[in-house]
Design a protein around this ligand. Structure first.
Ligand SMILES: C[S@@+](CC[C@H](N)C(=O)[O-])C[C@H]1O[C@@H](n2cnc3c(N)ncnc32)[C@H](O)[C@@H]1O
Length: 245
């Protein structure tokens, strides 16, 4: 996994320019995260720090990013050297990470969908819980595991193709291919049911679990029109997750 992301750092950075990333992913995620001023945040699976830096810009006082891919962290650290924000970056596997702090918020953008088994998902959730203060909040944006494969073709006009090679069952890979500036590259997620996600959150000690539909920003509606986004909102390839300890 680390090696895979090590090889796609450049393409991954461009992904954030896709209209659906700018107008839906980021808007949905930052809305769920809410007010960040003065907060301590742990960003798990932080990649090259795209959101990690935003948390800092939005006023979070302590920001730590954890990531499996050394190349991604190298890019994040280069950016930190160019514009120091006081962010700490750590190369580590979230499944193996112990308690490194007591944060008000733990955030994860497209991390949980890399868990291939319920055990891996549980380990990630236990790390999240261990690093949250009592009554802390976990917020994620994730591949929507509940999306029906029949609606996968509707994603294409937004620059992504989702596919599976067998019927959905626990651990089945879901390939997501992005098209950015005419270049294609794929990411590999894994299907685990919502029931498995809820089991993992509860076993890790979360009392409340909320699933959130994606929302489109006013800028996205202004630029493309509501009708353009309707298929995306209806089939919801992504989902917001909020868990309270
Ligand atoms: C789809 S990328 C998202 C990166 C970043 N959160 C963003 O939105 O730009 C998923 C990231 O999770 C990382 N990742 C996957 N499994 C991980 C694990 N077990 N521990 C730490 N990082 C992991 C990958 O290396 C990759 O950088």
């Amino acid at each position: 996994m680390a090696a895979y992301y090590d090889n796609i750092t450049q393409q991954y950075q461009q992904l954030h320019q896709l209209p659906k990333n700018r107008y839906i992913d980021a808007y949905t995620y930052l809305n769920l995260l809410g007010e960040l001023a003065g907060k301590s945040i742990l960003d798990l699976g932080c990649g090259e720090g795209f959101y990690t830096r935003q948390f800092s810009h939005l006023g979070a006082t302590r920001v730590v990013g954890v990531e499996l891919s050394p190349k991604m962290i190298e890019l994040a650290k280069q950016e930190e050297a160019r514009e120091p924000l006081g962010i700490e970056y750590i190369v580590a596997d979230v499944c193996e990470l112990s308690q490194i702090g007591s944060f008000e918020l733990v955030a994860a953008s497209y991390l949980l969908n890399h868990a291939q088994t319920e055990e891996q998902l549980l380990k990630m959730c236990q790390t999240i819980s261990a690093n949250l203060k009592p009554s802390g909040r976990f917020v994620a944006i994730n591949d929507n595991v509940a999306q029906s494969p029949e609606s996968y073709p509707l994603c294409e006009k937004y620059g992504l193709t989702k596919s599976i090679s067998e019927s959905l069952a626990e651990g089945v890979p879901i390939t997501i291919t992005f098209s950015v500036d005419g270049q294609k590259f794929s990411l590999y997620n894994y299907y685990l049911s919502r029931a498995t996600y809820e089991w993992a959150f509860r076993t890790a000690g979360f009392k409340e679990i909320r699933w959130h539909q994606p929302i489109v920003s006013p800028e996205g509606v202004q630029e493309f029109g509501q009708e353009f986004w309707q298929d995306f909102l209806d089939c919801a390839p992504i989902v917001g997750i909020e868990c309270l300890k």
